[in-house]
Ligand binder design. Sequence first.
Ligand code: BES
Ligand code: MN
Ligand code: MN
Length: 468
Amino acid sequence: MRLLPEGGMSIERVQARIDKERERFVSDLVSVVKIPSISSSSAHKKDVLACADYLAARAKKAGFERAGVFPTAGHPAVVAEWTKKKEAPTVLIYGHYDVQPVDPLNEWTTPPFEPTVRDGRLYGRGAVDDKGQVWAHLLACEAYLAETGSLPVNVKLLVEGEEEIGSEHLEALLTKEARRLEADFVVVSDTAMLDRGRPSICYGLRGLAYFELELKGSSTDLHSGSFGGGVKNPLHALSEIVMRLKDASGKILVPGFLDLVRPLSKDERDRIRALPHDEKTWRRPVGIPATAGDPDFSLLERLWARPTLDLNGIWGGFQGEGAKTVIPARAHAKLSCRLVPDQTPEAIFECLDSYLKKICPKEVELTFKQLHGGLPWVADISHPSFAAAARSMEKAFGAQTCYIREGGSIPFVRTIADATKRPCLLLGFGLPDENAHAPNEWLDLENYQKGIKSCAYLYDELARLPRE
Ligand code: BES
Ligand code: MN
Ligand code: MN
């Protein structure tokens, strides 16, 4: 008989235990989804803190040796550690406990912070983004510790409270706690699978640059009879500007915007084309009649590896009941760009700023400001830890793992990748249509269970990689 490698027996016991505890895992997640940890809302500051406290206490109960709430200049982060396996590698698991706002509230079938199970799904704000995925790791560690008294690797859990608002203060904490957070691998579960039944490793994220624009015409609103025809209307000036940002096909017209875009290799384009992705299945659940965008690139290339420029909001002037004859004093817009390597938020600000100054009608005064931003990230998947992560998901899901990129952003992934030069493994257990950031966010409970199993397999796989 062939001898099992070290850990080979215990991982099967851990998996059997995970199978038995399925029901409890759901109610356990419900307790944290209940906490309204909306990071962008000052009214919820106490709830955000309560969520951090709850998570630290829960990590101690799971068997972590140390767990604490670490203050930052914004919302705190939670760090939990189990580091008893001195000869084994160390895994830093990163996620976030903060959630997005819940409006429009009347579109929720059940209230966002009263998590409810329907049809094998858990509905609630944060169910998939990212509490459910953080819980998958927490529960896998707990199962390991309960069944075997130890973990196959050292684990450091870093769960922050400001991901949804740009992770502005986490880099300072990483610098301050560099020793405590030292690791051989970084693991993140905050992304989605390519599709149902397609476990996926994400090796690229887009960056983000967020802006606010204001046009001022006059010092106060004007009677449109007394002034109409003699002044520039800032809402019209804004419309003229907006029309010159992109053409009808979706090509960005801002000079220099694409200069830093690293072209896709033929190899990567081939790999993306070979992925099992169906456009109809992708667009049907969100009600899009047809796709749009630069025709020189495929849908997945446009979503993952091309930059965007999007209006997020545009407002100004009269919006009340009935009619009001007025020329508004001001017009406003929020716009943001998703970035790809090697673009930076600063370079994008510069080229937008100078283009806006050039095309802005001279009768209005322009203010253009940068809000938060984050750098794009792409990994070299040849490191053997990627194959190990792929195997761990294959064992749990019983299907081949896809290598994908994502169009969304997790700014801290690039920060920690640059700071530590360690492989960053993004194992996502979400689905593209689980309504993250939208009303009726949900988590598929089958994927939650398989996610917990994947995490346990992952720790075992990483422990058995040859040391460098
Ligand atoms: N989990 C998401 C990132 C994500 C989105 C991954 C879509 C995969 C697909 C994350 O919580 C998020 O929403 N990030 C923000 C970042 C921003 C606020 C700096 C985003 O992408 O808008
Ligand atoms: Mn997230
Ligand atoms: Mn999010």
